[in-house]
Design a protein around this ligand. Structure first.
Ligand code: K7E
Ligand code: CUA
Length: 681
């Protein structure tokens, strides 16, 4: 009967919104004059003349597209979409034999996800331009993107989790990225009545080692009460060594959360002393080995082939048996983002349903722990007294605070979803100093380096949920929208709107000179077992019903380009190597009527493999899909497919000569080759 005793969240929001004279999802804000710049001024400040380059790289999550998009700032120009969790025909990602294993999970092949939080790798709390991590929210995963290649290089699945939302935030030393579960579930997962939620459902907070490429690994999982763990951020500076996660649904509702998870005046920010966790794990104190099935998928640098490693256990830590590892900080009310200021002293809780933004003090938290200023103890975890940890409250700031970033000059910027605005306030005095409307319904906001120890506080970007009436209409669904504001002066100034791909929950950005993008891969380093180094290395071979074709692509032909001797019932693998050694000279490869894959897109120096199972006899053309030269349209060839049982001899030719010839007979690659050709039939 709790719901009759207290107003529901919806009623609360409606009441607050009505008093404030705005409607939920308000779209009627007009810019305040103090913040306005003329069109010409704004244009000049975002204009990057043709041939010149942007100052910042910005990485936007694709939300339900599953990918990451890369923009230049301040121009808002889209530079690239990096395929991560979703199959992508533009790059053949998840279609070719080399990359299909990247999308394997313990559930099987999962070619989609919902990606929310791009996180740049850090050194000493500052983005270093090496890698970008991003979470898969639906089927819990963390991906690592290599920023020298702008390519996904590694994906680790997170077991005992469901809805990997509070992820993959990094520690300042880059040692860990984290994964907190949004849904609590039975751990280990099993058939259980949903009504037993409060007894049998658990949350997990997972610390993943992430400082060595190709070696992401779960260090430990902390088993926590069955709440929803929403977002997280590491401490830094004075709070280095701690991690903070927001919770909601401390009511432990399993149905109608809209009402039932909005009862408590305060939920918690969970504070984890992860160095203490490390010492308990090292000493075996409060730990157990839990069985768990999850995949770790890595692309080998040199062969470019992805491999799946199935893992079978994790180290679990019970915080009630590791003294001092975890505390709860009461925080009003269903907090979403938790953001730590550049000094590490202030921990900002963005209570979605709260009228204030509550800011905790790390120093006070330490004192409260020392003096045992506890309200109560939940499942062995002390709950600190709200007043004993509170640094201050930002009052009457707006409605529906979600996220906060920092400019490095003593100010914080908080997004307000319901009142659809960014509010700038001063750390320490908590006074609101500026506000500006967003169009419309802002979620995250982003300042380059704005969650780091040293923000580049020149711009803030609003990542908005609703776009209607801003651009030419595109039917009932509009792409989401970003807005760029200049924050170099005392007032935020709106300069630019630009559309995004999918729903950009969050983004991160850093100065362009911190990224070292390679121009091509050296052919001499290409260790793909099917690579060819010259045109003469191509050829065709048969192993039972499997036919392997090794092919070189170079302006403007394939070698070989005529293939015969394939029969219905064969499975054909085209292993194509782009043997160009020049920046941005890309070739593609596609074959008529292929139901087994998309195209291949080949970076210079790279080998990829296309699977094809012809279902009928005939002649099938193949061609290059990337307009690579004046004679690109000539870059084509034919495969002859004969009826099953045909005795047509296997041949691979170009012009008047055979390619590979007898050297191909009995060709039987070893090692990783088997994984490429046979792994995903
Ligand atoms: Cu606020 Cu998924 Cu970080 Cu969307 S989340 S807004
Ligand atoms: Cu190669 Cu077009």
């Amino acid at each position: 009967m709790r719901s009759s005793a207290r107003p529901s969240a919806v009623a609360l929001l409606a009441a607050v919104a009505a008093t404030a004279g705005v409607l939920a999802g308000c779209h009627s804000n007009t810019p305040t004059l103090a913040n306005a710049v003329t069109g010409a001024e704004a244009a000049a400040r975002v204009y990057v003349p043709p041939g010149q380059k942007d100052e910042f790289y910005a990485f936007f999550s694709g939300g339900f597209s599953g990918q990451v998009s890369v923009y230049g700032l301040p121009s808002g120009r889209l530079l690239k979409v990096i395929p991560v969790f979703s199959q992508d025909p533009q790059e053949g990602w998840g279609y070719d034999e080399e990359t299909k294993p990247m999308l394997e999970t313990s559930f099987g092949f999962v070619p989609w996800d919902d990606a929310h939080h791009p996180e740049l790798s850090q050194t000493n709390g500052v983005p270093n331009g090496k890698w970008l991590f991003i979470n898969g929210n639906n089927t819990p995963r963390i991906a690592r993107i290599d920023l020298s290649q702008f390519k996904t290089a590694e994906i680790l699945q997170i077991p005992n989790s469901a809805g990997n939302h509070s992820s993959p935030f990094t520690t300042p030393d880059g040692k860990y990225v984290v994964a907190g579960t949004r849904f609590s579930v039975p751990v280990p997962n099993r058939d259980t009545t949903l009504a037993s939620f409060a007894q049998s459902f658990k949350g997990t907070l997972t610390f993943v080692r992430a400082d060595e490429p190709g070696k992401m690994a779960i260090a430990f999982q902390i088993l926590v009460p069955g709440y929803d763990y929403d977002l997280g951020h590491a401490g830094k500076g004075v709070s280095d060594g701690w991690f903070f996660f927001t919770t909601y649904n401390t009511e432990q509702a399993h149905t109608k959360l809209e009402v039932n998870a909005s009862q408590n005046d305060k939920d918690y920010i969970a504070a984890i002393d992860y160095r203490r966790a490390e010492s308990c794990v090292a000493a075996g104190q409060g730990t157990s080995t839990m069985p768990a099935n999850y995949d770790h998928n890595v692309i080998d640098d040199r062969s470019n082939v992805a491999h799946v490693e199935r893992k079978t256990s994790v180290t679990a830590l019970d915080p009630s048996r590791c003294d001092g590892v975890m505390y709860f900080l009461p925080t009003p009310k269903s907090p979403h983002g938790v953001d730590v200021d550049p000094s590490g002293e202030y921990i900002v809780g963005n209570g979605k349903l709260s009228a204030v933004v509550a800011v905790h003090s790390f120093t006070k938290m330490q004192q409260a722990i020392a003096s045992k200023a506890f309200d109560k103890v939940v499942d062995g975890i002390p709950v600190l007294k709200y007043e004993s940890v509170l640094a201050g409250e930002v009052k009457s700031a707006g409605l529906g605070p979600l996220h906060t970033e920092f400019d490095g000059k003593g100010y914080a910027y908080t997004s307000f979803f319901i009142s659809s605005e960014i509010v700038k306030w001063k750390l320490g005095t908590w006074e609101v100093v500026d506000r500006t409307p967003t169009y419309y319904a802002i979620g995250h906001l982003m300042i380059p380096g704005g969650d780091s120890r040293a923000p580049w506080g020149k711009y803030v970007i609003a990542l908005n949920k609703i776009t209607k009436d801003r651009y030419l209409p595109t039917g009932p669904i509009m792409d989401q929208s970003a807005q760029l504001y200049d924050i170099s002066g005392p007032k935020m100034q709106l300069l630019l709107d630009f559309p995004t791909i999918g729903e950009p929950h969050y983004a991160q950005a850093l100065p362009a000179n911190l990224i070292h993008s390679v121009k091509f891969n050296a052919l001499t380093d290409n260790a793909n077992p099917w690579a060819v180094k010259t045109e003469a290395d191509g050829g065709i071979s048969r192993q039972g019903k499997t036919v392997h074709v090794k092919m070189a692509a170079i302006r403007s032909h394939f070698s070989p380009d005529n293939l015969e001797g394939i029969t219905v019932g064969d499975t054909v693998f085209f292993h194509v190597t782009n043997i160009e050694q020049d920046w941005d000279i890309v070739h593609g490869f596609a074959v008529l009527g292929n139901t087994d894959a998309a195209e291949l897109i080949l970076a210079p120096g790279e080998t990829r493999t296309l699977k094809w199972v012809p279902r009928a006899s005939g002649v099938y053309p193949f061609y290059c899909t990337d307009f690579c030269s004046a004679l690109h349209q000539e870059m084509q060839g034919y495969v002859r497919v004969s009826p099953a049982g045909s005795t047509v001899a296997l041949s691979a030719t170009i012009g008047d000569h055979a390619v590979g010839g007898d050297r191909m007979a009995g060709m039987h690659p070893t090692g990783a080759a088997g994984a490429v050709a046979g792994g995903h039939q």
